[in-house]
Design a binder for this molecule. Structure first.
Ligand SMILES: NC(=O)c1ccc[n+]([C@@H]2O[C@H](COP(=O)([O-])OP(=O)(O)OC[C@H]3O[C@@H](n4cnc5c(N)ncnc54)[C@H](OP(=O)(O)O)[C@@H]3O)[C@@H](O)[C@H]2O)c1
Length: 310
């Protein structure tokens, strides 16, 4: 594994993390605790230390699986990133809950589910600019930082060209941006990444496999079960993506190389990107994804250097 420093924070994160939307049950399968344990144990064996979850991957369900696991392991071995702003309902729906009071309640619910007394990275979960521009909320979150419940704040931007929220990061006390970035969608390179570099923010590249399409295993015309979020994707857009994936597979992926690994390594080359957080459904996927770290450049502006960190 390779590690990078998350922006200006003191967090040492593995370049490949584990995304855990899947544990909430919206990706074609319901998870059991032993299945989650196996994924996280394999992650740790391979040097992965970063978990990304959220309040609405199930109703704090993904967090609860992680919390159960962590309660039987060492909390300090992990960097846990979670989010606020939604209330999960069945059938792929969520309520928006952004009042300061609601967010503070969500924070306590996340701490309880995660069975921890602190969150390493607490992220604004893809809300509108209107709910983002609420100084009272950011002041209240800053107080939670001072109280030790939150180590660092982050912003998971919804549109991956949201310059308003990205440019406001330092002002609101956030240290990291989470953004959709993958070989099919390079939008952040234009405006978001330059702002992240300028502010020295950490960057978590989410959906790095384009929802699994960049693994190369799905061919144009692929369909998904009704309990898989990809069944809700626009069919024409998915077809276009899968055709593009085929073209990339032929023209860009070296012969014999696993395409998912290639796609993750592709993200990790960008100097603004700290880490990728592919969603994982099995220990085998964790193994494939962790192996992408070997292709990450040795020299990178955020490369973790033990000597410099003292
Ligand atoms: N607004 C937000 O803040 C937001 C939104 C979306 C995601 N996220 C975070 O970002 C994470 C990653 O995004 P994502 O999960 O939506 O998409 P993704 O990482 O691009 O794709 C994940 C899917 O790819 C497949 N996969 C994973 N590893 C593989 C491998 N080695 N080989 C082949 N297939 C593999 C799995 O599905 P199959 O095996 O079924 O194909 C998996 O569910 C999420 O889990 C979540 O933590 C945050």
């Amino acid at each position: 594994m390779k590690y990078r420093k998350l922006g200006k924070t003191d967090l040492k994160v593995s370049v490949v993390g584990v995304g855990t939307w899947q544990f909430g049950g919206e990706w074609g399968m319901d998870f059991t605790q032993p299945e989650v344990d196996a994924i996280l144990d394999r992650s740790q064996e391979l040097g992965i230390n970063l978990i990304d979850t959220a309040e609405c991957y199930g109703d704090h369900l993904s967090e609860a699986f992680i919390g159960d696991y962590i309660s039987r392991r060492k909390r300090e071995d992990w960097v846990i990133a979670t989010k606020f702003g939604h209330k999960f309902h069945q059938n792929f729906t969520r309520d928006q809950v952004w009042s300061t009071e609601d967010v503070l309640q969500q924070l306590d619910a996340s701490l309880k589910a995660l069975r921890t007394d602190y969150i390493d990275l607490y992220q604004f979960h893809s809300g509108t600019d209107e709910v983002f521009d609420n100084d009272e909320l950011w002041t209240a979150l800053d107080k939670q930082k001072q109280a030790g419940k939150i180590r660092h704040l982050g912003i998971s931007i919804g549109s991956n060209d949201n310059l308003h929220q990205t440019e406001s990061a330092t002002r609101v006390g956030a240290s990291a941006i989470q953004v959709v970035y993958n070989r099919l969608d390079r939008t952040p390179e234009n405006r978001v990444f330059p702002s992240c570099v300028q502010q020295e923010l950490g960057v978590l590249a989410r959906v790095p496999l384009a929802s699994g399409y960049l693994s190369g295993k799905y061919k144009p015309g692929a369909t998904f079960s009704t309990n898989d979020v990809r069944n809700n994707h626009d069919a024409a857009a998915t077809l276009t993506k899968l055709e593009e994936v085929q073209r990339i597979q032929e023209l860009e992926v070296p012969q014999g190389m696993d395409m998912a690994q290639w796609a993750l390594a592709w993200c990790l080359k960008h100097p603004a990107v700290t880490c990728v957080i592919p969603g994982c459904k099995s220990p085998e996927q964790v193994e494939g994804n962790a192996a992408a770290a070997q292709y990450a450049p040795e020299t990178h502006p955020q490369a973790w250097n033990e000597e410099q960190q003292g």
